[in-house]
Ligand binder design. Sequence first.
Ligand code: NAD
Ligand code: UD1
Length: 358
Amino acid sequence: MKNNNISSSLIPHPSSLILVTGGAGYIGSHTLIELDKAGFDFIVLDNLSNSSEKAIRRVEKIINKKIPFVKGDIRDKKLLREIFKENKIDSVIHFAGLKAVGESVEKPLEYYENNVCGTNNLLEVMKEFGVKKFVFSSSATVYGEPDKMPVTEDMQTGVGITNPYGRSKYMIEEILKDLFISDNSWKIAILRYFNPVGAHESGMIGEDPEGIPNNLMPFITQVAVGKLPKLRVFGGDYPTHDGTGVRDYIHVMDLANAHVKALEYLNNNNDLNEPLIVNLGTGQGYSVLDMVKAFERASGVKIPYEIVDRRPGDIAKIYANPNKAKELLGWEAKRGIDEMCESAWNWQSKNPKGYKGE
Ligand code: NAD
Ligand code: UD1
């Protein structure tokens, strides 16, 4: 193997192997644990632009197994070809992508290049090698500002999306649908995540954003460890039960498990007539202040907050109807808001500086 980023001694050659792109990231690293538990073998490709190899090393400790890891980019076709040539890859779970909404408004071309072109590139190489099983990390953001709640998968997408990040997810979904139309031997799962929070029960891995967190839960946990002085609650005048924004928070381990179920669904169904599209949420909406209270209960730490102006691009309320995932995949979220907050706190209190503190 020519690429020196690849530690070829680590790469096994089992009969079926999953390529996990973005597997060093928050959701990817948790999913590796569930894949291992279900008996799947995998290889991770990540450019570490928003993550650390330490996450992979810690997952190795949790699963007590070496993880074949390639530091590289999904936009590098030459590298992808080497990976597919050297390994008998059977399917791809595709987490790799940029995900900061605000940054995507400032750098739209970077976001389209990385997310849309990167995914297209990956699909082209998969096609070259006849690998046609694909699980994609999409987002509830594709629904824009829905007029009905809870959100079902047949509702309109692509309209009212407020930022390039969200549009990149919508565009990739459309590419995947077109790909299937062109060749129905592809098996594609589009997973629309709602708001993943929490961490593995060990507290060894978790969400570790660069700089000041954009998302609610990591902001709260960083206030709790004293890294940030107080939470700014974006908007107190939404038409919700307490005036603050309502979302469908889902424990990252439940989300991780859904990837195993989606893959099993693709493996077990040979006559799919369209890509599988499912919401991954709990079906429960909680407000920002509900989350603050739940976190205080779980951690025993008071979270000072201030209600400030609405954040541009935010919507009042969104939560999933998760029934389709239950019917087709036999999957439903098992962990509630208390477990989400306890595990987030367990990770952050054990790792106040994230992976950098090691
Ligand atoms: P993350 O940033 O922690 O993980 C993404 C990983 O992809 C990172 O490790 C990053 O280094 C890697 N990456 C980025 N661009 C790459 C490239 N060109 N080549 C190789 N690796 C690359 O994010 P996450 O929260 O784990 O999200 C995973 C996926 O789920 C993303 O596609 C994200 O858009 C999607 N998603 C996340 C959320 C959320 O709230 N976390 C919600 C909906 C959808
Ligand atoms: C955001 C993105 C979404 C993306 C997801 C995961 C927008 C409009 N949507 O979802 O596309 O898939 O992150 O990356 O940005 N909040 C505060 N204070 C904070 C942070 C958040 O009050 O410091 C509030 C928000 O206004 C919202 C809720 O908490 O009501 C959840 O926010 P966040 O965690 O950023 O997720 P989303 O906005 O739902």
